[in-house]
Design a protein around this ligand. Structure first.
Ligand code: DAH
Length: 358
């Protein structure tokens, strides 16, 4: 009995003295572990005579549960204290500056396509798309481009390897083939714009083998050259954010339009610097014209009933002019310094509130 009392005293003291969870676990093992004092005392019961064993067994069992309870209680205290200490040590300093996030930006090409799309959608156009890999018929023949036209030459157009029947597909050289797809697939009235990738065998400061165009097509019964002019003058002035921007229509030739006009905007060129706006010089920015009746007929549209106008322009060229980007090749070099400099924050389109509505 004295032994048990001493053991109780020692263990109680050891539990109180354990100041970490590890130390407390040490005490638990020394008392209740396989070779612990209480476990050993239990084992000793087997050697006693039955009378003594009953009494001693009760005492040891009582000690066992008393010590287990004391260990649990001490464990709860130590855990709370440990958590409190951690909470104190790991306090969040709300006055620290936020960690900088690496932020992406909108590529100038995407930005300019969004801006143009917003302007034309405001005028009632919808966006159409077509494939990058085209049949010769859509890219050339249906657009009234004759077989001997230089654009069809191997050195201007990327042709794909021949099919089994010998004919060869190509990478579209302009977005105009989408005019043909649209006129074949839908009945007039048609009012579409077509932003997309285009390809030509060319590479210098103003040409890249892959570039972007926006095509426009309007077909209805009463469409005339006045609509073409009004639409494109409005577009140029909105795009360059200048109400009095001079816009000039210069006679030109495209096989798919008749008559055709190239559109120039006013500018001044001085000391190698280009300024857009009223001045003594002109800068070509797009091609346009009244849809050639042959093209309408190629798509099964009655050219005695319907007329249309079309236009096409290079996105890179407009981006270079509007945002002062000097070399076209840099658009596709993916140089992070360039992207950070010329890129746009999301939703930075002037006059736009989320998405494409202006
Ligand atoms: N497809 C022409 C090109 O790539 C641009 C063009 C000119 C498109 C006149 C048109 C247009 O729709 O009417 O150079």
């Amino acid at each position: 009995m004295d032994d048990i009392d001493k053991l109780r005293g020692d263990l109680t003291q050891a539990i109180a003295a354990a100041d970490t969870l590890d130390a407390l676990d040490g005490v638990r093992v020394s008392a209740l572990g396989k070779k612990g004092a209480i476990t050993q005392a239990m084992k000793g019961l087997g050697a006693m005579d039955p009378e003594d064993r009953r009494e001693a067994g009760q005492t040891i069992n009582a000690l066992k549960s008393e010590i287990s309870d004391a260990i649990e209680a001490r464990k709860a205290d130590l855990s709370t204290a440990e958590l409190d200490a951690r909470l104190m040590a790991e306090k969040v300093d709300v006055s620290l500056p936020a960690r900088p996030e690496t932020e992406g930006s909108i590529h100038p090409i995407s930005q300019v396509i969004d801006e143009m799309t917003a302007i034309f959608c405001e005028m009632g156009f919808t966006v159409a798309e077509g494939p990058d890999i085209e049949e010769d018929w859509y890219n050339f023949t249906a657009l009234n481009i004759p077989p001997e036209h230089p654009a069809r030459q191997e050195h201007d157009t990327f042709y794909l390897p021949g099919e089994t029947d010998g004919h060869r597909k190509l990478l579209r050289t302009h977005t105009s083939p989408v005019q043909i797809h649209t006129m074949q697939d839908t009945k007039p009235p048609i009012r579409i714009i077509v932003p997309g990738r285009t390809y030509r065998c060319d590479y210098d400061a103003t040409h890249s083998p892959m570039f972007h165009q926006i095509e426009g097509l309007v077909v209805d019964e009463t469409i005339n050259m006045g609509h073409l002019k009004g639409c494109l003058i409005d577009f140029c002035r909105t795009m360059f954010d200048m109400d009095d921007l001079p816009v000039r229509f210069r006679p030109s030739y495209f096989p798919f339009t008749e008559p055709s006009a190239e559109v120039d905007i006013g500018c001044t060129k001085k000391d190698g610097e280009l300024r857009i706006g009223a001045g003594d010089d002109w800068l070509e920015i797009l091609g346009s014209g009244m849809v050639n009746p042959r093209v309408l007929e190629n798509c099964g549209i009655d050219s005695t009933k319907y007329q249309g106008f079309a236009f096409g322009m290079g996105v890179e060229r407009i981006a270079m002019l509007k945002y002062g980007i000097p070399d076209l090749r840099t658009f596709f070099e993916s140089d992070l310094r360039w992207l950070r400099h010329y890129g746009f924050k999301s939703l930075e389109v002037p006059g736009m509130v989320g998405g494409l509505s202006r």
